[in-house]
Design a protein around this ligand. Structure first.
Ligand code: NAD
Length: 468
């Protein structure tokens, strides 16, 4: 079995308790911070080579978010690690009952290519903070960042406790044959199924951070210019290769023209006459993905963009209208710089359209009416939700990040990451005294004692208590 030795070395370190002390966790988080600081330029270069990612976008969406997560973990680690005392019943009132946050053991983190630093390191921060040993498997598609992580991380982190696996699909399948204590996977839902199947063999718990089609409903009453700018930013950031990007817009015919025109102006304002020459617009990650995204340009009617250049893996920011529900662009996750506008008669049809499909990672609504915003929130379901903007909810680490249904299971960021990589162990510490009180529950059973036992252990309904 491939990687068997790596995993068993990590397991030995875990059993020796190497990762448990808070001081060790702090030292590794600080080492990760040092890795980021000392390799800033190389990270910038790697992301430029892989995705032509603009430096501003790297700062915002990879470096700053990772640094914030490290700082948050360092600031809160001691309180996160504390045993959490819980309320008790009468039978255990003199005992100590608490939840201990225990590390799982050896965990596997698998990352995609679109934010290859962020999506490898943010889960890693949670896993380190929670006291686990870790195998990080970056995406082989973002190969410059993969190499950077594989060469760089072992120079900063304790090699007995953390390893980076550079693996293509076949090697990853072999890696997955090993028994892990938790698998944290970010990627597409089809691969998510493969991961879950491999995990099931060992009954390994999984967190699946998946993708899908994020709807964006634009209500008639909204400020169209603002909506267009915020939607365009969220859609075309990283050339549309963002799991949280608004995937398609739903709006009524009465504002469609105004919205299209505002989006056209915005694209011009953001990226100039020729977005290909803009330093602020990324490229598609690979030839295969270029072909896949370019094929979607044949759906509907292009009202802006549509140009592409295979040699640079460039696809222009594109707006499509007149798309059909059955078109591939409305069926599969776009994951590129294309935004279809799909007409609906109004709010109710938009909500039905969304609810007829798989639950998305994010759902967006643009409206100046808080009633519309709340109705949309109440009547739809998604991993996350943001009104009058796109993506921004993910910048708040006190909000959980994760999908629901087809867009994933489990959550992370901030304290949620720590909890995801911890087992909540239910603990009761009793003394060996007061045996007389305990004898009531032992055979030979006496039903007349049940009343007292129930009195000391059962939870009563508050309303019925109040009546008594
Ligand atoms: P992917 O599923 O192809 O790859 C993710 C990881 O799985 C990579 O490390 C890859 O090496 C591995 N992998 C790929 N095929 C495999 C196989 N057959 N067996 C075992 N391992 C395999 O995803 P991607 O193309 O890198 O990323 C794009 C997808 O990820 C999109 O669907 C996007 O929405 C989703 N995504 C989700 C989030 C989120 O936080 N929910 C974030 C980013 C991307």
């Amino acid at each position: 079995m491939a990687y068997e030795e790596t995993v068993s070395n990590l397991r030995r370190s875990f059993r020796e308790g190497r990762t448990r002390p808070a001081t060790f966790r702090v030292s590794q988080l600080e080492a990760l911070n040092k890795f980021l600081e000392e390799n800033r330029n190389q990270i910038m270069e790697g992301l430029k080579k892989d995705l032509n990612k603009p430096a501003f976008e790297v700062e915002l969406s990879e470096l700053s978010l990772v640094k914030s997560e490290i700082n948050l973990a360092l600031n809160n680690l001691s309180s996160w690690m504390k045993d959490e005392n819980v309320s008790k019943n009468m039978a255990t009132v003199l005992d100590s009952a608490f939840i201990r946050k225990e590390p799982y053991g050896v965990v596997l983190i698998m990352a995609p290519w679109n934010y290859p630093v962020l999506l490898s390191l943010v889960p890693l921060i949670g896993a380190i903070a929670a006291g686990n040993c870790v195998v990080v498997k970056p995406s082989e598609i973002s190969r410059h960042v993969e190499k950077l992580l594989a060469d760089g991380l072992p120079r900063y982190l304790d090699k007995d406790c953390f390893a980076v696996a550079s693996a293509g699909v076949d090697d990853t399948k072999r890696l997955l044959e090993n028994k892990f204590d938790h698998i944290f996977f970010t990627g597409n839902p089809n691969v998510g199924r493969i991961i879950m199947t491999a995990a099931a063999k060992h009954l390994t718990p999984v967190t699946l951070e998946l993708g899908g089609k994020n709807p964006c409903y634009v209500h008639d009453d909204c400020d169209i210019r603002t909506a267009a700018r915020r939607i365009a930013w969220a859609r075309f950031f990283n050339a549309g290769q963002t799991c949280l990007a608004p995937d398609y817009v739903l709006c009524s015919d009465s504002i469609k023209e105004k919205l299209v025109s505002a989006l056209q102006t915005t694209i011009h304002d953001f990226y100039g006459e020729d977005p290909k020459k803009s330093p602020d617009f990324a490229r598609i990650i690979s030839e295969r993905h270029f072909q896949r995204v370019a094929a979607l340009l044949t759906c509907g009617k292009i009202v802006t963009g549509g140009q592409s250049d295979e040699s640079e893996r460039y696809i222009a920011p594109t707006i499509l209208i007149d798309v059909k529900d059955s078109d591939p662009v409305m069926q599969e996750e776009i994951f590129g710089p294309i935004l279809p506008i799909f007409p609906v008669s109004g709010f109710d049809e938009a909500v039905n359209f969304i609810n007829d499909r798989e639950k998305p990672l994010a759902a967006y609504v643009f409206s100046s009416s808080s009633q519309i915003v709340h109705q949309f929130l109440d009547q739809t379901s998604s991993g996350g939700f943001c009104a009058n903007d796109g993506i921004m909810h993910t910048t708040i680490p006190s909000l959980p990040f994760g999908g629901v249904g087809h867009s994933g299971m489990g959550m992370y960021h901030g304290k949620f990451s720590f909890d995801t990589f911890s087992h909540s162990r239910a603990c009761l510490l009793r003394s060996d005294g007061r045996e007389k009180l305990n004898e009531m529950r032992y055979p030979p059973y006496d039903t007349s004692r049940l009343g007292f036992i129930f009195y000391s252990t059962e939870t009563k309904r508050k309303s019925s208590c109040a009546l008594m």
